[in-house]
Design a protein around this ligand. Structure first.
Ligand SMILES: [Zn+2]
Length: 287
């Protein structure tokens, strides 16, 4: 694919202001969202898309403030464009998912800072934008090992990245590390995801908006209960299993035949079929 085609498909952005100083930057026909949060002194870009090379110029038209950059997690559609900046804040566990970023759509080495500096974030860190504090929460390994959640304390927005989605959350090993694929443990992934959802639920009084990065923008908080119900329903045998993935991209993934979709009320996820068979309908899944 030449640069023009890459820009047409993966780098055609549009943006809107959702709250004062809070921009949603959308691309790939609205299936991917980035966010730009302005404080009194600095702005924060959450995620960088694919390595197309045209994001920085777009974002710099939206704000005059110096831009900090952070990743929700280290996947090719969230971290690919990091090399447009000199430094990016990432999870201290980013390296587990680093092989996946090598599969991004653009050319990582064609970006101006392919060896950009990584500032490691851990649970409990805060990003101060000036009269706007963003709290950092480390998610346990569910969608991936490098996932962070962010709480915007001023605008009362909670960012759950790829772990909140209207269409499906991907709950299988996606680091592209063959060694990690060998030890994939769906039981543990679901327990971890439950703990992440319980964290989101416990923060309920501190946010009004629940936000994800892909399909959907604002989520009603009842999605959290539906995803919790989906996990319980795996162990009780009440969650629906669908053979058809019904997904325009993952249907073409070489691993598609190994996956299935699970559903419970508004919640849906993709998991590996053979791992689901080991735990489906077999107990509570609670210690
Ligand atoms: Zn992801």
């Amino acid at each position: 694919m030449d640069q023009k085609q890459l820009e047409m498909i993966f780098g055609k952005y549009f943006a809107w202001m959702a709250k004062p100083g809070t921009w949603v930057i959308s691309f790939m026909e609205g299936t991917q969202n980035l966010f730009l949060l302005e404080g009194a002194e600095k702005a924060l870009l959450i995620d960088t898309g694919y390595a197309i090379g045209n994001l920085r110029a777009f974002v710099e038209k939206l704000t005059q403030k110096p831009i900090l950059v952070v990743n929700t997690h280290f996947h090719p559609d969230h971290s690919g464009g990091n090399g447009e900046w000199e430094e990016v804040m990432v999870s201290e566990d980013y390296a587990y998912d680093a092989p996946s970023v090598l599969t991004t759509m653009g050319d990582l080495n064609a970006l101006p800072y392919p060896d950009y500096r990584k500032i490691l974030l851990k649970d409990g860190d805060e990003i101060d934008l000036g009269e706007r504090i963003i709290k950092v929460y480390k998610a346990r390994n569910a969608h991936c090992r490098s996932h962070l959640y962010f709480l915007d304390t001023r605008e009362r927005i909670f960012f759950m990245g790829d772990e909140m989605d209207s269409w499906q959350v991907l709950l299988y090993e996606n680091s592209k590390d063959p060694e990690l694929e060998k030890i994939e443990d769906l039981d543990q992934i679901l327990r971890n995801y439950r703990s992440n959802l319980e964290l989101a639920k416990s923060l309920n009084p501190e946010y009004d908006w629940l936000v994800g990065n892909h399909n959907g923008f604002l989520f009603d908080k009842s999605y959290i209960d539906d995803f919790l119900g989906m996990i319980d329903g795996v162990y009780s045998g009440e969650t629906t299993i669908c053979e058809r993935l019904d997904h325009p991209y993952i249907d073409h993934d070489p691993r598609a035949s190994e996956l299935c979709r699970i559903r419970y009320r508004k919640a849906s996820a993709f998991v590996r079929k053979h791992l689901l068979e080991k735990i489906y309908g077999k107990g509570t899944g609670r210690n």
